[in-house]
Design a protein around this ligand. Structure first.
Ligand code: PHE
Length: 337
């Protein structure tokens, strides 16, 4: 019996075979268990002899099984080590590096241009008071021009800002009328619009403000001309058209020439040769007054633009929603501009 068992242990090819041998010889129905179970029937003299023999046989088979088992386990471990060995000479997989979003790039570029002209960058809250969003900008309650900017109200006095102009009103207030202000304010704004290729209920603005003694319309024109040429190219010309904003008087809209413009976004351009890119004007005396400036002593200009629109014109993006849906195929085209 012992010989047979040891032979089978030796022949076992894997852990499963071994287990079968164990069950066959040492299991509940195996011969050794049977012998031990039958001990009661033996005579007093036979009992210790048979008992000892059965136990030795069981111990030897167990030892052989364990020895073989550890050999198999060692082999399995070696095999695993071989399979999982790392080849340090293989070339690495490239790590895909993220990049700034196109809008972030554009806003940064606009900021850099204006910083170069001596403007500070200011930020303000996106949840704004009715006072700063409208009233301080010469838009009293019930003013019909409030309709130009359909708003998301949170309470009667709080809303999501509809433009970044309130940051300008806040900054003027901060300086309390005895200091010049030269700042731009980039940020998110919200309007109750139905989203389509050219409208979004949330978009970005960069507005600028310069208040000092003797600031004139020609200063506005000079700054905007500089911006247009640096941003869109030296060959660009600008044109100011009369317009209306409650917080500026006179108000203008600025077009840039687009003779050399190429790409999808330029179809409008080809017809007239001009495309509108921003609004601006001389700060309304009432706005200066409300912020504590004496309009007889101080004057200023302000302007506002939408980076999405500017990016769409510069890169021929045909749908504003591309900026917010974060499709990698769109975004990747503009990495490392
Ligand atoms: N705040 C205006 C808008 O959102 C833009 C603007 C800013 C116009 C400053 C004039 C001066 O429409």
């Amino acid at each position: 019996l012992k010989e047979d068992a040891l032979k089978k242990v030796n022949q076992a090819e894997n852990l499963k075979d071994l287990e079968a041998v164990r069950v066959e010889y040492l299991g509940k129905k195996g011969p050794i268990t049977e012998v031990l179970r039958g001990m009661g029937k033996l005579s007093k003299e036979e009992r210790p002899v048979i008992g000892e023999l059965a136990n030795t046989v069981r111990a030897e088979i167990t030892r052989a099984l364990e020895l073989k088992k550890s050999t198999f386990e060692a082999e399995a471990l070696n095999e695993q080590l071989r399979a999982e060995a790392i080849d340090v000479t293989l070339p690495g997989r490239p790590v895909s590096v993220g990049g700034a979003h196109l809008l972030t790039e554009i806003v940064t570029e606009i900021e850099d241009l204006f910083i170069g002209m001596g403007f500070d960058v200011k930020e303000g809250p996106e949840v704004e008071t009715d006072y700063y969003n409208f009233e301080a900008l010469n838009l009293p309650k019930d003013h019909p021009a409030r309709d130009m900017q359909d708003s998301f109200y949170i309470t009667e006095e709080l809303l999501l800002r509809t433009h970044t102009s309130p940051v300008q009103a806040r900054t003027m207030n901060e300086f309390k009328g005895n200091k010049s202000v030269k700042m731009i304010c980039p940020g998110k704004v919200y309007r109750r619009d139905t989203d389509d290729a050219t409208h979004s209920h949330q978009f970005t603005q960069v507005e600028g403000l310069y208040v000092d003694k003797n600031v004139r319309m020609s200063d506005l024109k000079g700054v905007l001309n500089q911006f247009a040429k640096q941003f869109f190219g030296e060959e660009r010309e600008i044109r100011l058209r009369p317009s209306f904003f409650p917080f500026t008087e006179p108000s203008v809209e600025m077009d840039i020439s687009c003779k050399v413009c190429q790409g999808k976004g330029c179809s409008v351009c080809k017809q007239t040769g001009w495309i509108e890119i921003l609004g601006g004007g001389m700060v309304h005396p009432s706005v200066l007054e409300m912020a504590g400036y004496d309009p007889k002593e101080y004057s200023g200009f302000a302007f506002g633009m939408g980076p999405e629109r500017i990016a769409m014109l510069k890169y021929g993006v045909d749908d504003i929603r591309h900026f917010y849906t974060n499709d990698q195929r769109f975004l990747k085209q503009y990495h490392n501009l």
